[in-house]
Design a protein around this ligand. Sequence first.
Ligand code: CDP
Length: 803
Amino acid sequence: NDQAPPTREQRVAGLKGLGCSRKRVEDARFTQGKGNYVDDVKLPGMIFGDFVRSPYAHARVKAIHTEEALKVPGVLAVLTAKDLEPLSLHWMPTLAGDKQMVLADGKVLFQGQEVAFVVATDRYAAADGIAAVEVEYEELPVLTDPFEALKSDVVLREDIADQTEGAHGARRHHNHIFLWEEGDEAATTQAIESAEVVAEEMVYYHRTHPCPLETCGCVASMDKVNGKLTVYGTFQAPHVVRTVASLLSGIEEHNIRVISPDIGGGFGNKVGVYPGYICSIVASIVTGKPVKWIENRMDNLMATAFARDYWMKGKISATRDGKITGLHCQVTADHGAFDACADPTKFPAGFFHICTGSYDIPVAYVGVDGVYTNKAPGGVAYRCSFRVTEAAYFIERMIEVLAIELGMDAAELRAKNFIRADQFPYTSALGWEYDSGDYHTAWDKALKAVDYEGLRREQAERVEAFKRGETRKLLGIGLTHFTEIVGAGPVKNCDILGMGMFDSCEIRVHPTGSAIARLGTISQGQGHATTFAQILASEIGIPADSITIEEGDTDTAPYGLGTYGSRSTPVAGAATAMAGRKIRAKAQMIAAYLLEVHDDDVEFDVDRFVVKGAPERFKTMAEIAYAAYNQAIPGVEPGLEAVSYYDPPNMTYPFGAYICVMEIDVDTGVHEIRQFYALDDCGTRINPMVIEGQVHGGLTEALAIAMGQEIAYDEIGNHKTATFMDFFIPTAWETPTYTTDHTETPSPHHPIGAKGVGESPNVGGVPAFSNAVHDAFRAFGLRQAHMPHDQWRVWKIAHDLGL
Ligand code: CDP
């Protein structure tokens, strides 16, 4: 064979490891209709369940008549709270330490609430059965405003009306859930009261919804002969679902198999446990048949987890020349009918106290009041790490308002207050230890890339032209510098229902030199099958194309806490690298034996172990894998497998600088995004193409949220945005072109230096779009206008300013 051996560069490229824009391996099946989503699961004898839902936002349920429904051909059973009560399943625990009705128990608390579960031979019979169930309601006064709810005599949660203590401390009113505080309030108040300049504003981040393309659903199948329950479902945390199902049902955990098949987007919507899962499991146990439940779009928008709904009253103080001296924030958080927020147990407001953002603020205080209202429960992290998005929006609006108060350029104000590169690791006034960052470098790069000074000149000229009546279009420059906090754990302060937030990876290298790695996470479109193989390729020298990544089956995957809050890369990605290093350590012993040298005399080089100083003497990973199974090696067990359960020492703190340039027509409220520049720093970049895809997707969601998407109710709790006629989903038509860029500041504690990225564009995108709208009107006196900035609301801003 006269072929030259591959060069080192060719060997590196052949691995398709870290830093390679490897094409997404999962897309071949998705683009050819070979995906396997939960509604594709069809089991022999499978039947269907669906809900009778409440038309009222608050009503007493006087009676439920099921007789007529049971006469409908194909209807097999109708479950109500009474049927679930003997099993103690009519209520279920929420992730936030509250409890939630599985089926209406005496009253309903939001429109769309689950009242009865109709089980039938097919979906059509189930729908007919639902129509035939008669429910007698007595309407009760409705509370949709959290501020009103805290004053009202109307008791929403009668089940806990007398409890003055909740899961997160004292409740001061029957509709109050908790007050959660962080920081030094006295010192903050003192700093603000003695400051030269103070800006005060109410910033509202409206209620919205993650709205994944695929709605929630499951197929529950109880095999009574073998005593095994299998549940396929749209679960972002399959192991947690298995543990909860075991605790609730009494079925031993090894007899429950939870499978998350392909998932069509999650964005936090598929973290929680919903009544549909419980009812399907009960119905399968009762009937002995597999039961499928799939939400329709309205069910999804009306009843499953919402996001945001934070009223954030802020005060920020500074010296006259713009050095920030204090930040105070009081939040009124509308949690809906049940506190079903998906946060680590000790953090009822998630990581909202990252709200000092990218700035070196000496003293700060945050207080969050959770409140019950007649709205759907949830409070999930919609593509965000537990309320980080609210926090980023809050601080980035407060910075803009402070800039107005100071009469200062908002970019300059930011730069003046950034945490400097030499301050990392940096402990914030609210207690977080930021791992690494270089904000000034990123900021300067961003400003230069868009020709910030040129834009400001153009804007000033536009204002003059507008005043002269030569144009009706204003120019807004939306600035944002955000800092994220992703990768929950560590276990010492992050758990969900008592389960520590570590994650895991198990690797098996086969004799022929290929491998399979199983993780505790589950992709919902983020490309894990592609990128985790890349981490491993670089760690163990086996080409990514020869590594299969498997997630989502609790019978085979190691225990992990799942995928949300961009925790996959920081936690499971780290577990993958660590498990890979265990493989490599064993491979080193095998290589040394095969090369007849001491373990310390060989070193890893891309895809092989070489004898130090004698590069022609080596054993490739493929040779080592074969030997692991086929040769007796003294002192070394056969096989080449490893597992890692990784408890991260800290979270990772990705950051970014986003700039949105927007034209606004004051007569119509129509906007046009002329430019959107997004610089992200997520530490070591595993796959630049996947990152770019994540950024494009997240920015488009941010565009939707900032510019039109909302979950809205009328004064009697009717859901006004339960279809895509009213709930804005951007199409290619509304979506602008994005320019992406990056800096790379590795995380010092992550084995490969990677930070998460998936949610950054949602976190940073919303303030960038919103600040652009505000900035367009800054010259005319606008300080704060609530999102979403749809055309009517933007027109109203112009109208109210007399433009
Ligand atoms: O937890 P989730 O998968 O939603 O978010 P993530 O950890 O931010 O990862 C999203 C996708 O981007 C995954 O495929 C990651 O492997 C990839 N990624 C990357 O290529 N480089 C990074 N530094 C971070 C994420």
